[in-house]
Structures are given as structure tokens and as C-alpha cells.
Design a protein around this ligand. Structure first.
Ligand SMILES: Nc1ncnc2c1ncn2[C@@H]1O[C@H](COP(=O)(O)OP(=O)(O)O)[C@@H](O)[C@H]1O
Ligand SMILES: [Mg+2]
Length: 251
């Protein structure tokens, strides 16, 4: 691995380093080789097929610390940092964020995984939920319209970098797939809800207005994306996610 690298973030099971012109994302052994190669493949597919600004993937390799991805570094701030730093401009930033997500949804990446297959696998892996709840979720998923729009899968402001020219770059394509854009919006709404309800509400309204989507339609995805998020096994999210998944029983 390159010299002169410094740690910029540590996350559970991941460390992010920066060098002068690259970002190195190192995964520990909780991530399998295929998880890391899948993230790399998604980044490469999107870089090659979509008309979006994606920092170029430079290499994938095994190091003494674990498997790692190296990408070009974008100088700038994430949208999450800008929203934090300039709260008076929150609405402007949220509009940029939604507009960018709608641009992602216009892209086609024909060989990327199907979102409904990924979601079905995630539902089926949640053995703790019980067979009845899993069945309800699977039936609901099966009933949703099947589309092939590019979905980022973890579209949140920390995955958008604004460079000094105001150009927006999208990183972190580990969960990308092709499918129904409203599922992607439901996932983004859920991620906001886990952090800040005010931002979540602002996001949902802007997404529905700009994409001319009924809020009830996005809502139908909420139990499904909550189940998907549950597979990440974050203890502090469990209570909220269970509440969202339970909605199934009463609808
Ligand atoms: N290419 C890049 N250029 C600049 N900063 C980056 C780049 N890639 C990642 N980062 C920074 O590192 C953080 C974590 O990277 P990310 O790939 O999103 O990992 P995680 O899976 O932990 O969210 C980002 O939120 C961003 O601040
Ligand atoms: Mg990220």
C-alpha cells in the first residue's frame, strides 16, 4: 500500500485512508473477498455505463490489513458536511441532492444486479423475523412494479462530494442495483429517519414533488427497505426497523 497515507475515517470493519491524490478503503475480514470485489465491480460498471461523475477506481488488492479499493480522490466536501456547516442552505443542498438522485435513476446499467433479487435475498436471510413476516414482505416485494432504473442503494449526503467547481461526485456503490426508483427513495428516506426526521421529511416531499411520485407509493416500500437495512445488524437501529417492518401486519 502507498506510503504517506493518513486515516481519514474509521468505521466498523473499514478504514478509509487518503494519500495526496487517492482514497484507500480497507475492509477487515468481516467482509469477504467477494463483497469487496462486488463493490469494485459495481463502481466499475457505473463508471463505464452511466453519465455520472464517479471517482475512477484505480485498483483492488489484498494487503496485510485486508482487501482494499483505491479510487481517485476528489478535493471538496461531502454534501453531509455542507448541510452541517451551512444549515441555512439546507433546502438548496437537499434540492441538489434530489436532482442528482433523479439523474442516477435515469441511467441504465444493464448487467448490474436486479434490486428485487437483492431485496428478496435480504428478506429471506432474516431468520429472526419469522416465516410469516418474511412471507408478507416477499409477497409485497413481488407485487411492486418491476423497473430497471439505476439505484444507488445507499444514496445519502455522505456519499456525494462537491468539488471546488460545484461538480457533484457519487461514491460508495456497494449496494447499487437496477430496479424501482421508489425503493431507492424509500431507502434514502429511511437513512435520513435514522439520523434526523426534519431532513427526512424535507427529502420525501422534494423527491415526491420532483419525480411526480405519490408518497403512498414510496411508503409501500418502507417495510421492505427496513428489512434490507436490518441485514446490516446495527443494534441501535433495530427498534425503529422492527416498527417499520411490523407495518406489514396492519396494512
Ligand atoms: N474518492 C473520494 N474522494 C474524496 N473523499 C472520499 C472519496 N471516497 C471516500 N471519501 C470520503 O470517505 C468517506 C467514506 O467513504 P465511503 O466509500 O463512502 O465509505 P463507507 O462505506 O464507510 O461509507 C466518504 O463519506 C468521504 O468523506
Ligand atoms: Mg459512504
Amino acid at each position: 500500500m502507498e506510503e504517506n497515507k493518513k486515516v481519514i475515517f474509521t468505521r466498523p470493519h473499514k478504514t478509509i485512508y487518503a494519500t495526496e491524490d487517492t482514497i484507500i478503503k480497507v475492509f477487515d475480514n468481516r467482509y469477504s473477498k467477494s463483497d469487496v470485489l462486488n463493490e469494485a465491480r459495481n463502481e466499475a460498471l457505473v463508471e463505464e455505463n452511466a453519465e455520472l461523475n464517479i471517482p475512477s477506481l484505480i485498483s483492488v488488492s489484498e494487503t496485510p490489513e485486508g482487501w482494499c479499493l483505491v479510487r481517485d480522490k476528489v478535493e471538496g466536501s461531502t454534501l453531509a458536511e455542507l448541510m452541517e456547516r451551512e444549515p441555512e442552505k439546507l433546502e438548496t443542498y437537499m434540492e441538489m441532492f434530489v436532482d442528482l438522485q433523479l439523474t442516477v435513476h435515469k441511467q441504465k446499467v444493464p448487467t448490474i444486479k436486479r434490486l428485487r433479487h437483492k431485496l428478496m435475498d435480504q428478506i429471506n436471510s432474516l431468520k429472526d423475523l419469522g416465516a410469516t413476516a418474511r412471507y408478507e414482505l416477499a409477497v409485497r416485494l413481488e407485487s411492486m412494479p418491476k423497473h430497471t432504473k439505476l439505484c444507488h442503494g445507499d444514496f445519502n449526503p455522505s456519499n456525494i462530494i462537491v468539488d471546488k467547481y460545484g461538480k457533484l461526485w457519487i461514491i460508495d456503490w456497494a449496494h447499487a442495483a437496477q430496479g424501482n426508483a421508489s425503493a431507492d427513495a424509500a431507502m434514502t428516506y429511511l437513512l435520513f429517519c435514522l439520523e434526523d426526521q426534519k431532513k427526512a421529511d424535507m427529502y420525501m416531499k422534494l423527491f415526491c414533488d420532483k419525480s411526480d411520485t405519490a408518497r403512498q407509493y414510496v411508503n409501500r416500500w418502507l417495510p421492505i427497505v427496513a428489512a434490507a437495512q436490518m441485514t446490516k445488524k446495527k443494534e441501535k437501529e433495530k427498534e425503529l426497523l422492527m416498527k417499520w417492518i411490523d407495518v406489514v401486519e396492519y396494512q
